[in-house]
Design a protein around this ligand. Structure first.
Ligand SMILES: [Zn+2]
Length: 360
């Protein structure tokens, strides 16, 4: 699987005494904080236009107030992206330092804050993660890297998640509405999680090629702890069926936690020895007298995730047949609910909706 940081490390390994590596072991691109894999594109350091290797690319140099220079391009609303580089964003020329504006007539392409590439603050040295509106679409805002300090409104959760070792991009999501238009959904502290979470891949069941997952930052923190727990069981991949979705709980007008971005439907696991365990094939319904190791293992995951407070709500296939193929886990504030077997459905804390006989 391609991973930008892995590529950076591969290039670092190629450093020798003759090819300009500094004492941090990174290729010398004029800024020790920038890995060699992150040069030549929008947001990268530069000294001249030829350093910015893409259509319409030019260099906003250090002499114009852009520390170590910054590759940009003219834009009217959107900018191209490149695999392995932070996602781009088109901002008004007024977002640039005054001296740098002469090169731009409308909007300028910059990069978004990427805590995978730059774990300390989401941006390279001397650039801060700042909230900006998209040029010609002011209602759409995101976090971008620009010269100067980080935005004071930046959520603390971002740095906490980066310090936990999780790679992601920061974003600001405009409010969304449910299909019937009746309810509004917003993600607090939105992030695009990288597929690799502390060495465990988070793979979307219906499109495994998706490289990022939209979620609330709080979901990222719980997924990091979940990945750590699963790694101890030699899990390499978590398969899931979705995080954010602007919808209500089936048959009600209550917003699902998916509408807040702090729920995920986990459908299965891959192990380092090639084994796979899925909820649809291996869950044993309405029993704790398991006939298979897989059934016992799945049950113990749900039970321990809830018991340790990793997730406030854990719904298993025992809950109803809509959950037959996944664990629904979420971070409902104040809730503690573990939907277990039929006869003695255990109530832990508030929020019990049972009993939950298995119906197929
Ligand atoms: Zn769910």
């Amino acid at each position: 699987m391609f991973h930008p940081r892995a590529l950076g490390l591969a290039l670092i390994a190629a450093c020798g005494s003759l090819n300009g590596c500094d004492d941090l072991g990174k290729l010398d691109s004029g800024n020790a904080a920038v890995p060699a894999s992150l040069t030549g594109f929008i947001g990268s350091p530069c000294t001249k236009d030829a350093d910015c290797l893409y259509d319409g690319g030019f260099c906003l140099p250090a002499s114009k107030g852009m520390p170590d220079g910054m590759c940009s391009a003219e834009c009217s609303q959107y900018c191209d992206d490149r695999v392995g580089h932070p996602t781009t964003f088109c901002v008004a020329r007024s977002a640039l330092p005054r001296r740098a504006r002469s090169r731009v007539t409308a909007g300028a392409c910059v990069s978004r804050c990427n805590y995978g590439d730059y774990p300390s603050g989401g941006c390279r040295e001397d650039y801060g993660c700042q909230q900006q509106a998209r040029f010609s679409e002011p209602a759409r805002q995101s976090y971008t890297c620009l010269p100067g300090r980080a935005d004071a409104r930046l959520p603390d959760c971002y740095q906490e998640l980066a310090d936990a070792g999780v790679g992601f991009e920061a974003d600001i999501r405009p409010p969304d509405t449910t299909a019937d238009g009746a309810r509004t959904c917003t993600i607090q502290e939105a992030i695009w999680l990288e597929q690799d979470i502390l060495g465990v891949s988070l793979v979307y069941e219906f499109d495994p090629s998706l490289q990022t997952t939209l979620a609330a930052c709080s979901l990222g923190l719980s997924l990091a702890d979940t990945a750590r727990e699963l790694q101890a069981h030699d899990v390499t991949t978590i398969r899931h069926m979705g995080t954010y979705a602007c919808r209500t709980v089936g048959g009600t007008s209550t917003l699902s936690r998916h509408a807040f971005g702090d729920a995920i439907d986990i459908s299965g696991f891959h192990f380092s020895d090639g084994r796979q365990i899925t909820l649809v094939d291996d869950w044993e319904h309405n029993t704790t007298a398991f006939s298979t190791d897989e059934g016992a293992w799945l049950y113990e995951r749900g039970r321990s995730w809830h018991a340790t407070g990793l997730w406030s709500v854990v719904l298993t296939p025992n809950f109803d047949n809509a959950h037959d193929d996944h664990f629904h886990v979420d971070l409902t504030p104040g809730s503690s609910y573990w939907a277990r077997e039929t006869a003695s459905s255990e109530v832990v804390g508030a929020g019990y909706f049972g009993p939950a006989p298995y119906v197929d």
